[in-house]
Design a protein around this ligand. Structure first.
Ligand SMILES: Cc1ncc(COP(=O)(O)O)c(C=O)c1O
Length: 432
């Protein structure tokens, strides 16, 4: 009898967490590493939020609480959804979760049977593909094209919908591309869903980057389109907007109170509840107007970095970088660099087992890290099904301008170091 259950082979991961091991090896060798890999704001949570959390602990608010989330926070979320989307969501339809990640697995466990089809963006947050496979569903990646600003239109979705489609995952603003779906695109997408899908097909709207939009753009949600509130699991949280990644606070607004009860039951089975003092701090984040001032300053800083780094990356021979409209990532196309350094040929020449362990962008990612001390994420870290021939890196701009300058200077040198790449392959043998 094998040690591990068969299903574990299907579980994927988020490489942004795994890369830490390689970074540590480089640090131990004395390399200083510029980190563009982390998907979290480089600021700390704001003092007015911290104080409420600490006061709640000191007041003894350190016990189990309502597994659906404390009512004052669910009411605050309901008001927040009203203000930002004009929807009137009963707090009974809201479930508070430890971060915005759990609602992804909750959705797949709740609605999807083995063999059902799930449409999700690729490149996209890797946990979508991981859980789609884990529940035995058929992954149906919706490939986002660089030429279209990593957005997609109703016709692209229309092509993928079948009578087995059960869940459609959307993420705007997007990790990793920074693409944003316009109101018009969302309207078209909603039209296709209404036309092609039965009322039991669910849309998962991952709106965790809702507050991080550039050039004064406003956030639009699919849930606001005609007939969509009744089909949409709207998920967001505090991690990105309020720089609260380590607090672990997110939420989902479900189409019905009955569905919310299932999410609550999943909380009971897995985490019991989100710590009440964390939830008090999260309530404060929504209710104190100071939060928006902090968010505005953070977004302005991300925008300044974007405005510097996009032209700088476009000036690197063989790189092409779109201007992201939101989130805090840039996603340059590195096909030209991979070609010039011989990465694509080197990948093609690998033994099959080694080749399957990496990709050209993964090889350039490791060359950058091990030889130039620049940590980035590769294309395949954002869903690998059908990603062959796509050569991209994700760089998080949630890092100082000084790091941006230093990191891009190193990337420029690496992008023309053909001999260095050949030596790196010889010396490191990372893929066997
Ligand atoms: C698109 C997307 N959804 C969900 C999450 C998870 O967020 P949290 O840290 O709140 O669980 C992330 C985090 O990187 C993300 O990028």
């Amino acid at each position: 009898m094998p040690l591990l259950a068969g299903r574990m082979a299907a579980l994927g991961t988020e490489n942004a967490f795994k890369l830490g091991e390689d970074i540590q090896i480089c640090l131990d060798r004395g390399l200083d590493v510029v980190k563009f890999n982390l998907g979290e704001p480089d600021s700390d949570s704001a003092p007015h939020i911290n104080q409420v959390g600490m006061a709640a602990i000191e007041a003894g608010n350190s016990h189990y609480c309502d597994p659906a989330g404390i009512l004052p926070l669910r009411k605050a979320i309901s008001r927040f959804i009203g203000e930002t989307r004009g929807l009137d969501v009963d707090p009974k339809r809201i479930v508070v979760t430890p971060g915005a990640k759990p609602p992804i697995s909750f959705t797949l466990m709740t609605y999807v049977d083995p063999g059902d089809e799930v449409i999700y963006p690729s490149p996209g947050f890797p946990i979508y593909e991981s859980w789609v496979k884990f529940v035995g569903a058929k992954p149906v990646p919706l490939h986002l094209e660089e030429e279209r600003g990593f957005a997609f239109g109703p016709e692209d979705l229309d092509r993928l919908i079948t009578d087995r489609t059960k869940v459609i995952i959307l993420c705007s603003p997007s990790n990793p591309t920074g693409g944003v779906l316009s109101e018009e695109e969302l309207r078209g997408v909603a039209g296709v869903i209404r036309e092609r899908c039965g009322p039991d097909v669910r849309v998962y709207a991952d709106e965790i980057y809702e507050k991080i939009l550039f050039d004064g753009a406003a956030h639009h949600s699919i849930a606001c389109e005609e007939g969509m509130e009744a089909r949409t699991i709207l998920a967001s949280g505090h991690s990105k907007s309020y720089a609260m990644t380590g607090w672990r606070l997110g939420w989902a607004a479900l189409p019905t109170a009955a569905e919310a009860k299932i999410f609550k039951q999943l909380n009971i089975n897995i985490v019991s509840c989100v710590p009440p003092f964390v939830q008090e701090a999260g309530r404060e984040a929504y209710e104190n107007p100071e939060s928006q001032r902090v968010v505005d300053a953070m977004v302005a800083q991300f925008q300044r970095r974007r405005d510097w780094i996009v032209p700088a990356l476009n000036a690197v021979p063989g790189m092409r970088c779109q201007n992201p409209k939101g989130a805090f990532y840039v996603f340059p196309n590195i096909a030209g660099v991979c070609e010039a350094l011989g990465v694509i040929d080197a990948h093609a020449a690998m033994a099959p087992a080694a080749r399957a362990r990496t990709s050209p962008s993964g090889m350039f990612q490791m060359f950058l890290l091990y030889r130039y001390g620049v940590a980035t994420m590769d294309r395949n870290s954002f869903g690998s099904i059908g990603a062959e021939g796509q050569h991209y890196l994700r760089l998080s701009i949630a890092t100082s301008m000084a790091n941006c300058h230093e990191g891009v200077a190193r990337i420029e040198r690496a992008a023309v170091d053909r001999d260095g790449f050949a030596r790196f392959l010889e010396e490191e043998k990372l893929w066997g």
